[in-house]
Write a protein that binds this ligand. Sequence first.
Ligand code: PSU
Ligand code: MN
Length: 309
Amino acid sequence: MNKEMLMQYMDIAPEVAQALAQGKPIVALESTILSHGMPYPENVDFAKKIEQEIRDLGAVPATLAIIDGRLKAGLTEEELLTMCKGENVRKVSRRDMPIVIANKLTGATTVATTMIIASLAGIRVFATGGIGGVHRGGEDSMDISADLQELAHTNVMVVCAGAKMILDIGRTLEYLETMGVPVLGMDTDDFPAFYCRKSGFGVDYNAKTAADVAKIAKAKWDLGLDGGMLIGNPVPQEYAMDFDEMSAVIDRAMAAADAAGVKGKNITPFLLAHIVELTGGDSLKTNMQLAFNNARAAAKIAVELANLD
Ligand code: PSU
Ligand code: MN
């Protein structure tokens, strides 16, 4: 798509536009984690801090969202607040995007839509908490997040702390293999399980440094091997939660979802809110810390990637 056409739909914040023009490192951030993944007002402090973590390492943060139908790459403080309050803010995945844009609505971007907007803007590195995937029981419900399809096709690297145990992690990784998505561990052999450092499932490659990751991304995209990459970065040890304890909490949250008949796009936000409640806020603290950790890893990778160009 040409730039003129793109600008009919997108607003790029001045700082982000300047970084793009100068080939400086940029890290994209999603807004669903704010609007539908964390409670207000704790998410306001989080949103500001995660941007700061990226700046501290010499990269430019760009939180992505759709506001009044405009694609936004980089938010003002007021726009960030809108996403955190989450009033009349939809959860927007790929299928929802054209409807929200055409009707000038406001939406938070999931991993899938953050990848799409990042790619349109020319941003290659994106940090989040956890990705969507194949839900438990997905072999019957066919509830497979559009995040996985996006990773198959869109040239953006996603740095995450793995996937929550609300998902079937084994099937999620199988799906990614089928779709040709490299899954790297950030100094780990084990794909992380969000609150916990290990899922029991292996990664394709243990990358020891940010420079290793950048070299792999460059080789992939230089050769036209289109699609994303997934980097699993384990939560720092001091914030990790007990695997068995979290498994029990997640089972309870899933039983509550089942009893309430929650399905489809509402299931992930429902489970996240219940998990925070059931852990008395401990999971929220871990969630924030793992996201900061991912932002730092992503910033280092973005710096290395910019050096390779
Ligand atoms: N997993 C989390 N936290 C989140 C999400 C997933 O641990 O906030 C959000 C992300 O935005 C992700 C989306 O892209 O949920 C996946 O939703 P769905 O399964 O409906 O595609
Ligand atoms: Mn789904």
